[in-house]
Design a protein around this ligand. Sequence first.
Ligand SMILES: Cc1cc2nc3c(=O)[nH]c(=O)nc-3n(C[C@H](O)[C@H](O)[C@H](O)COP(=O)(O)OP(=O)(O)OC[C@H]3O[C@@H](n4cnc5c(N)ncnc54)[C@H](O)[C@@H]3O)c2cc1C
Length: 614
Amino acid sequence: MQYDVIVGGGGHAGCEAALAAARMGARTLLITISRASIGRMSCNPAVGGLAKGQLAREVDALGGEIAKVTDETSIQFRMLNRKKGPAVHSPRAQVDRLLYERTMQEHVSRPDRLHIVEAVAAGVMAGDDGVAGVVSEGGTRYAAPRVVLTTGTFLRGVIHIGTDQYQAGRIDEPPANALSESLERLGLELGRLKTGTPPRLDRTSINYDILEAQEGDETPLPFSYSNYRLDRPSVPCHLTRTTPTTHDIIRDNLDRAPLYTGQIKSTGPRYCPSIETKIVRFPDKDSHLIFLEPEGIDSNVVYCNGIATSVPRDVQDRVVHSIPGLERARIGRYGYAIEYDFVPPTQELPSLESRAVPGLYLAGQINGTSGYEEAAGQGIVAGINAVKGLRGEEPLVLSRTEAYIGVLIDDLVTKGTDEPYRMFTSRAEYRLLLRQDNADRRLMKYGHQCGLISDEQYDRLRRKEDQIAAALEYLDTRRRNGTSLRQLLKRTEHTFESLETIDPQLAARRLPGSVKQQVEIETKYEGYIARQMRQISRFKRLEDKRIPANLDYANITGLTIEAVQKLSAVGPVSVGQASRISGVSPADVSVLLVYLGRRQVKKKTAKGERKHSE
Ligand SMILES: Cc1cc2nc3c(=O)[nH]c(=O)nc-3n(C[C@H](O)[C@H](O)[C@H](O)COP(=O)(O)OP(=O)(O)OC[C@H]3O[C@@H](n4cnc5c(N)ncnc54)[C@H](O)[C@@H]3O)c2cc1C
């Protein structure tokens, strides 16, 4: 029962954490309530979307699994925002929900060093040196010096449908209550959040004849950098809308809606409100869009994207029947809301390690996030850092300047969250650099250093970099009527392909599409990219100013009381991180910089005097 790393929870964060740890050579145990629910999609059967697609590709570039499993199970692919600039292009794939979980289960069963145990983790064992393992509900003790908890919505989960409420981790799955108590005993503070899901319909009861179909892209792009093309079938979604009658039904039943009766007390995701919240919040809108998404090629289950709800079952029936195309639809599973405990993530270091319990890492919804991609991004980082911690190596901390995962984790550990946190492109200051098309160029080096990206795949990236550099040089040197091809490419009327028709030697190079794309983006957006690079150098100056652990902020004269409290609570690792804590003003940052500068001078002088006296 002795392991190097134990991962508690086999969801989207847990699978990435366990696979990363095992592939890095750690004897890893994945302890999860049920093998059959490993990799389960609790809500929408889709991966990616705005900013989430970037996250999934970043996980892939680090050597993770979410993009590969998506490619193996997709049933429709679309590149969102194609008409806008490349910074906000975002891949999204709908997947076959059951095939997705089965495929992920198959992937996690492959590594020899990864053992899976079906059990409920009831407690984290810890001593003076930090974490020591996990104890199951049955009392079995599993020892390990590193533990990653990824328990999703299961901690003291309570499901609400109308006035019905009962304890559960997810529909038809038990809650994990004892683990919450164990974390509290270890000194971790817990908070409470809420999320919700829409009803699922029986496909055969929907009148598709009157609905608009939405097809996927004709040439789907693989999510994973290890795939060149996708050979998966594509099925359409269908669009419909709520009607004034739908809104009347909901308004008339708000006194039975747990979100409005006071039954649900915690905060839900503002960006992804329930249909009852949309109707209350936007009273002038008489219609909301709904996407009817099939849960698989052969599945009869249809996911109603846009009407998450926890109103009573009879109201859900009436709501659904008031929507065009759904007049006779049968609900196979009613929508519900769930409240659960989370660990406010300002209690963690940027490595996702708990500050109170060294060796304990947290990732996914337990940190207050929402979404498979956000969970996967944290999961792979926590798994990598658990192993790095064991080896006494510096943790992998991705910067806000190089990855959405960096933005995500920095936001969580620096600002915390009081609602389920999801990623948006607007959260990333340097989003022109953090594109979905260049995640390999930004992050594969880290995956390779950790041993999660093979030499072969990394060599492919190096060849791609060489081709990009050579093509840029060629475009700079070749001229057409006195203008370099590079200058021509900057013009809106030109693309890489149009230059190939002008210059046969360029076409003769037969460069892959991914290389042409990088050359084109780097050329067309050169000015903007250069500006972001200058902003990044300024940003890095504060990031590079490290703050020693356990600094006593109360002893620094000039800091406001609020700043002392916030800085002590978050324990930032750099002045840059300190400057992003709410309540820490630019004046506080200046005080901190002066203090650290003086401290460094004092240290240097003391060192010099010691040397002199020796
Ligand atoms: C009702 C609902 C609605 C949602 N709506 C959305 C949405 O609209 N948009 C969106 O992006 N995301 C949504 N999500 C969130 C999305 O499903 C999660 O963010 C994502 O699955 C989180 O991944 P995770 O790995 O952190 O946890 P999960 O995927 O929940 O996995 C947790 C795993 O841990 C296991 N586990 C839990 N406790 C224990 C224990 N004590 N011992 C052993 N194993 C344990 C569970 O069995 C499970 O396998 C919703 C989730 C739910 C439940």
